[in-house]
Design a protein. Structure first.
Length: 230
C-alpha cells in the first residue's frame, strides 16, 4: 500500500532550520493530510476563546510555559474533529519525551497510532548558515536569505522597499543556543521512538526542496513496503 492509498499518522522531527515546516506542509498538501502544529493550535484556541485557549492564555500572561498536558489536550481536541481515515503529520510535535508519552496514551483512545517517525538531518554549520542568513521585512512579512535568496538591494525588501530586519532569534549565537536546546530536550525522541517503533526514518535535509521532499516520500514508501512484507 502506497502513501496515496493510506492515511498515515507521521511524526516529523529535526533541529531548527532543517525544514520541518516546509516538508510538513508539502506532505499535507500532497496527500490531503492534516498538519498539526501546536503553535497554530494555541493561536486558534486563544483567538476563538475556547476553554483550553483561556487556560493557555493564563499561563502565557504569567510568562510561564504552557504545560504539556494542556498542549496534548489541544492536539487531542483537534484530532477528535478529524475523520478517522484522515492522514496526519505532526510537525515539530512532540518536543519532549514527556509529550511523546502523553501522546501515546491519547492516540489509541482516538483509534490512532503512530505509523512512522521521520527525522530530517543536516550538519549544525548548515543550519546556522540557513537561519542566521534570514532577513525579515517588518512591513509586508516577506523573508529573504542573504545566502540563498538575497534581496536585489542589500537590506531592502524587494516587495515594499522597507528596511529588512535581522531578528534576534536568527542571530548566530541564538541559533546555536536553540540547537543546544534541541539536542538536550528533543533529540532524545530519536532513541525513544527507535525503541518503540523499531526504526526512525532518517532523511537528508540538505538539498533543494524537491530533493528533500522526494527523500521523505521515498523513506515512507520503503517503510510501508517493508511493513507489508513483515
Amino acid at each position: 500500500m502506497t502513501i496515496e492509498e493510506r492515511g498515515l499518522s507521521v511524526i516529523l522531527l529535526g533541529p531548527p532550520g532543517v525544514g520541518k515546516g516546509t516538508q510538513g506542509a508539502i506532505l499535507a498538501d500532497s496527500f490531503g493530510w492534516e498538519r498539526i502544529v501546536t503553535g497554530d493550535l494555541l493561536r486558534a484556541a486563544r483567538r476563538e476563546g475556547t476553554e483550553l485557549g483561556r487556560k493557555a492564555q493564563r499561563y502565557m500572561d504569567a510568562g510561564d510555559l504552557v504545560p504539556d498536558g494542556l498542549i496534548v489536550a489541544l492536539v487531542r481536541e483537534r484530532l477528535q474533529q478529524l475523520p478517522e481515515d484522515r492522514g496526519i503529520v505532526f510537525d515539530g510535535f512532540p518536543r519532549t519525551v514527556a509529550q511523546a508519552e502523553a501522546l501515546a496514551i491519547a492516540l489509541p483512545e482516538l483509534g490512532r497510532e503512530i505509523d512512522a517517525v521521520l527525522l530530517l538531518e543536516a550538519p549544525d554549520e548548515v543550519l546556522v548558515k540557513r537561519i542566521s542568513g534570514r532577513r525579515s521585512c517588518p512591513q509586508c512579512g516577506r523573508v529573504f536569505n542573504v545566502h540563498f535568496d538575497p534581496p536585489i538591494s542589500e537590506a531592502i525588501c524587494d516587495e515594499c522597499g522597507a528596511r529588512l530586519d535581522h531578528r534576534k532569534d536568527d542571530q548566530p549565537e541564538t541559533v546555536r543556543h536553540r540547537l543546544a536546546v534541541y539536542r538536550r530536550e528533543t533529540e532524545p525522541l530519536v532513541e525513544h521512538y527507535g525503541r518503540q517503533l523499531g526504526a526512525v526514518l532518517r532523511v537528508d535535509g540538505v538539498g533543494s526542496l524537491d530533493e528533500v521532499a522526494a527523500g521523505v516520500q521515498r523513506a515512507l514508501n520503503t517503510h510501508l513496503e517493508l511493513e507489508a512484507q513483515a
